[in-house]
Design a protein around this ligand. Structure first.
Ligand SMILES: *Cc1c(COP(=O)(O)O)cnc(C)c1O
Length: 372
C-alpha cells in the first residue's frame, strides 16, 4: 500500500509509565479495544509487552483471545457485551467479563463453565449496568459463586466534557451503595471506575484499578480535562503522541485556471495550480466530511490544503507553493510531525465534526502499522 501508520513504541511506553506513576503499576489496565484505538492490537501489544502489564482491557471476547494468542498471560478484562455461547471460551482463556444485565447473569448461572465476572453498575449513564438499588438482591443471588466474582465496577458519563465534576460525584455516591452490598456480604472484590479523564482529574475515582485508554496513546481525553488537570496541579503531564499516518504522492496534475477538482466540481481553480493525488480516502479512514474545510496535510514540512471532495481511496491536495520541490513518491503526513509542522488526530477530528477517539478507531485496520 501507498499508505501506512507508524507506531512509536517508546512514546507508548512513556505514556504507560506516566499512568503507572499515577496509580501504581499493578493497578493500571491499558485499554486495547477497537484495534488498540486504531493503533493495531498486535503492534500495540508488541510495544507494550516489555512493560509487563498486569492487566489489559478489551471490548470483545475475541480481542481477549487474540491477546492470549500473542502470549499475554496477565489478567484480561472484557468490558463490552458478551454472547451466551462465548462463556466457555472466555473461561478457557481466563477472560474476566463485565456483566451488567440480568439476562447475562441468568445465562452465567446456567452455564457449566463460568468465567470470572466483574459486576457493572449503572450509576448515571443508562448504558450497561445494574441499578445500585438492586445490588443487595444480586449479591444474595451470587453468594454461592462468590469466588468467581472478582470486581464491582462502573463507568462515568460526564468527566471529559466538563471542568466541574458534581455529576461524577453523584455517580460515585450511587456506586458506593453497590460496592457495600457486595463487600458487606463478604465478597472479595476489587472496585474500579476510572478511565483516562477520571484517572487524571478525580483522585477519588481511582480505587483498585484504572482502565486507561485514549491517554496511553498520548491524547488528552478532551480540552476540558487538560484545563481541569492544570487547575488541580498547576502544570500538565507530558503525554506523547504514538501514531503518525503517512502516504506517498501517487500522481501530480497541472490544473489550469477555471478547471474543477474532484467529485461534484465543488472546487474551482482560481489560478493555475499544481495538485497532488494522495492515495487516502474515506475507506482508509480520512473522513469525507473534512472536504471543503480547513483540512490540510504536510508535505516537505509545509501545509498543503485538501482541495475538492475526499474520495473513497484518494484525495487531492494543493501543492502549488511547493511544486518546485515535490514529486511523485514524496511523503505526505496526514497525522503527525513533518519538520516544524504538526497535524494532530484532534485537528483532523475537528475538521470532521468528530472527536479524536472516533478518528483513530476508524483508521482502516488493513493499513500496515509499522512499529518503530
Ligand atoms: C473505553 C473504556 C474505557 C477507556 O476510556 P478512555 O476515555 O479511552 O480512557 C474505560 N472503561 C470502559 C468501560 C470503557 O468502555
Amino acid at each position: 500500500m501507498h499508505t501506512w501508520i507508524e507506531i512509536n513504541g517508546e512514546n507508548l511506553r512513556h505514556n504507560v509509565r506516566v499512568f503507572a506513576g499515577i496509580v501504581g503499576k499493578e493497578r493500571l489496565a491499558p485499554v486495547l479495544k477497537s484495534n488498540a484505538y486504531g493503533h493495531g492490537l498486535r503492534e500495540t501489544w508488541e510495544a507494550l509487552k516489555s512493560e509487563n502489564p498486569g492487566w489489559i482491557a478489551v471490548n470483545y471476547v475475541s480481542e481477549g483471545k487474540d491477546l492470549r494468542s500473542f502470549g499475554f498471560t496477565g489478567r484480561i478484562l472484557v468490558v463490552g457485551p458478551f454472547l451466551t455461547d462465548e462463556m466457555a471460551e472466555a473461561a478457557r482463556h481466563k477472560l474476566e467479563l463485565f456483566v451488567g444485565h440480568s439476562e447475562g447473569i441468568s445465562a452465567w448461572l446456567a452455564s457449566k463453565t463460568k468465567p470470572e465476572l466483574h459486576i457493572e453498575f449503572d450509576t448515571g449513564m443508562s448504558r450497561q449496568g445494574f441499578h445500585p438499588e438492586d445490588a443487595f438482591s444480586l449479591a444474595e443471588k451470587l453468594l454461592a459463586d462468590k469466588k468467581l466474582i472478582r470486581g464491582v465496577c462502573m463507568h462515568f458519563a460526564n468527566v471529559e466534557d466538563v471542568t466541574e465534576h458534581e455529576y461524577a460525584r453523584v455517580q460515585l455516591n450511587r456506586f458506593d451503595v453497590a460496592v457495600k452490598a457486595f463487600t458487606g456480604r463478604g465478597f472479595d472484590v476489587i472496585t474500579h471506575s476510572a478511565s483516562s479523564a477520571s484517572t487524571l482529574i478525580l483522585d477519588e475515582s481511582r480505587f483498585d484499578l484504572a482502565r486507561v485508554g485514549i491517554s496511553i496513546y498520548g491524547f488528552w481525553p478532551s480540552q476540558a480535562t487538560k484545563i481541569s488537570y492544570k487547575q488541580l496541579h498547576g502544570d500538565v503531564i507530558d503525554l506523547k503522541p504514538v501514531l503518525s499516518w503517512r502516504a506517498k504522492i501517487t500522481s501530480l496534475n497541472d490544473v489550469a485556471q477555471g478547471r474543477y477538482v474532484g467529485y461534484g466540481c465543488t472546487f474551482k481553480a482560481r489560478h493555475a495550480m499544481r495538485v497532488a493525488v494522495v492515495p487516502v480516502g474515506y475507506f482508509e479512514g480520512y473522513p469525507r466530511i473534512a472536504s471543503g474545510t480547513q483540512a490540510y496535510v504536510l508535505i516537505h514540512g509545509e501545509r498543503c490544503p485538501v482541495v475538492g471532495r475526499v474520495c473513497m481511496n484518494m484525495m487531492m491536495v494543493d501543492v502549488t507553493d511547493i511544486s518546485a520541490k515535490t514529486a511523485v513518491g514524496a511523503v505526505v503526513t496526514l497525522i503527525g510531525r513533518d519538520g516544524q509542522e504538526y497535524v494532530s488526530a484532534s485537528d483532523v477530528a475537528s475538521w470532521s465534526e468528530t472527536i479524536h477517539y472516533e478518528l483513530v478507531t476508524r483508521l482502516n485496520p488493513a493499513i500496515e502499522r509499522r512499529l518503530t
